[in-house]
Ligand binder design. Structure first.
Ligand SMILES: [Zn+2]
Ligand SMILES: [Zn+2]
Length: 348
């Protein structure tokens, strides 16, 4: 009797279950935290910028092509203006429009500028566009003008030298501030650019419930497709299309039990002094009617010039047979008998 358990089975599994349950709850909580949508996705915001840049690149090409048709020198002279115009139009249609309030790249990344706390967000967005696009254009124009006119080398204490020094300092300060702002962005995930920070423009998710990650299946398919196209682009120049076609034809004929090459009986029956290659070229270049009407029998215009003979004993013009051997390499056959040709001799 002393071997029997002192407590009932129920009492034994209860504390075990209590401990397991606590651990399960803890694990479930941790998993939920890991899979939750991040509130500040820095990668999405940086990706949105890349997508916008890609869009500008895609639009630049047709615009420059169209302009180079009119005046080729315009494209090189006004590259900066073209870029600025494309960016301005894209911004006006996307982030500058009341219904959208996000650039196309940001829309693709499910982002938009936060308009919950402020009523004048559209006005500030337009200011943001004017400052970032127009400001960058103005700055580039100003610095290139000053560089072209030698403001940096102007006499000490002259107006031009002072302005140049001031702007140089301003640029340095802006660069340092941009770097600090970016570090702050990496830390907090807000205000990617300095202008966004100054204007208080915050990017938020347009639809919080949407999963922001791209499925791995799609990514894998893209990667495989990319690798495949790269391989094809690499391998294509190595393939000789004419040779590949002949290889396919020869092998499919072998599979079907047909002879390796078909012999045209008309060519086989040509007189010995006629070059079969010249004859074929002549027949191909003339329609059947005009051939007989204007030139008589085409065969008579194709006498062998500088005759060379193959192993089978059939002779051709040297130029004709040599060209054919070089073009077809080890696939070259006699047009009259179908025998393989690898060497030729001058006919004596
Ligand atoms: Zn010939
Ligand atoms: Zn032959």
């Amino acid at each position: 009797m002393s071997d029997l358990p002192q407590e009932s089975p129920q009492q034994r599994w209860k504390p075990a279950w209590a401990a397991a349950e606590a651990r399960l709850r803890e694990n479930a909580g941790q998993t939920a935290v890991r899979t939750a949508v991040p509130r500040n996705s820095r990668v999405s915001k940086l990706d949105a910028d890349l997508l916008d840049d890609e869009l500008t690149d895609m639009l630049r090409e047709p615009v420059t092509k169209a302009m180079s048709l009119l005046r080729p020198q315009l494209v090189d002279k006004h590259r900066l203006e073209i870029d600025t115009a494309i960016k301005a139009v894209l911004f006006w249609l996307s982030a500058g429009s009341a219904s959208r309030q996000a650039t196309y790249g940001q829309s693709l990344q499910n982002l938009k500028y936060d308009s919950s706390g402020h009523r004048d967000v559209l006005r500030r967005l337009r200011m943001f566009g004017a400052l970032s696009i127009g400001g960058a254009y103005g700055w580039a124009k100003l610095t290139s003008y000053m560089a072209a006119n030698g403001w940096a080398d102007a006499p000490q204490n002259s107006f031009r030298r002072m302005v140049w020094r001031m702007l140089d300092r301003l640029e340095r300060v802006t660069r340092v501030a941009t770097l600090l702002n970016f570090l702050a962005f990496v830390a907090t995930g807000q205000y990617k650019t300095l202008i966004e920070r100054v204007l208080g423009l915050r990017l938020v998710f347009a639809r919080p419930q949407v999963a922001h990650s791209v499925s791995f299946e799609f990514l894998n398919r893209q990667l495989v497709w990319h690798a495949f196209t790269e391989f094809v682009m690499f391998a294509l120049p190595l393939v000789n299309p004419a040779r590949a076609r002949r290889w396919v034809v020869r092998n499919s004929r072998a599979v079907l039990g047909l002879p390796a090459v078909t012999i045209d009986p008309a060519v086989a029956a040509l007189p010995e002094h006629i070059c079969a290659i010249c004859h074929n070229a002549e027949s191909a270049s003339l329609s059947p009617d005009s051939a007989t009407a204007v030139l008589g029998d085409p065969a008579e215009n194709c006498a062998v010039v500088n005759p060379y003979v193959a192993k089978c004993g059939h002779s051709y013009c040297y130029v004709c047979i040599k060209t054919r051997m070089m073009a077809e390499a080890d696939e070259c056959t006699c047009l009259r008998c179908g025998q393989h040709i690898d060497r030729i001799w001058q006919q004596v």
